[in-house]
Design a protein around this ligand. Sequence first.
Ligand SMILES: [Zn+2]
Ligand SMILES: [Zn+2]
Length: 272
Amino acid sequence: MTIPSLLALVAGLYLIILVRYLVVAGASSLLLHWMQPGRPRPIPARRGDRRRDVRLSLQSGLVFAVTGALLLAAQAGGHTRLYAEPLRYGWWYLGLSYLLVLVLQDAYFYGLHRLCHRRWLYRWCHQGHHHSRRPTPWTSFAFDPAEAVLQALFLVVVVLMLPLHTITLLAILTTMTIWAVVNHLGLERLPIAFPHHWLGRWFIGPAHHAIHHQRHDRHFGLYFTFWDKLLGSEDPGFAATWCVDRSGCAVVLPDSRGGAGYVDETLRAPSL
Ligand SMILES: [Zn+2]
Ligand SMILES: [Zn+2]
């Protein structure tokens, strides 16, 4: 592939990534205000938070576009394990490979995320994402360039090592996008019982991740809670919490540190 065609590919992918970000984050922000009128609205983000989140997302979008273009160039040269015939490994493999990549990505993200919270790495690769203590959908792709590179690296390795159908890859990218936005809705917008349901408690949702933006030593996972449970980084009170205002409230969290603590007003029902 020539340099001009590679640059054209980067530009095209960047445009797609930007439009996807603007549409998904913008639509989610609007829905937060239009839907579920009985539930509390998030306290508006601090002045400048949204602008900074968008700026970081534009930067990380460029990293993802360059990575995507390089992968497509590698695909054109026959260097990836992407395939087009759905039956090459059987129908069952389409679903299995989808789940496998999500589980692997969750494990990678957990380890990387925890590492990025080490003092010597934090400023370099993760501080940008945490400027917003009250996440919004605009925070979902707000990464420092170094963190964006480290995140993109995962899919590069996967596509080079694991046979993946192109539709499976698109399904994974779509899941990543939607999940990232849902995790940054700020308040619990899923059914109130979700974090306590026998199945729901294994999935990360808005309240789970909102706590991470309040307390940096808790809740590092991406899709599933099992790494946080297994390695002791899930707030011990999280699974035992429930809503105190059934007219529509966020999950209200007890303070596991024994004080009035980290329960943030964004996680409180207005009546509290
Ligand atoms: Zn973090
Ligand atoms: Zn976040």
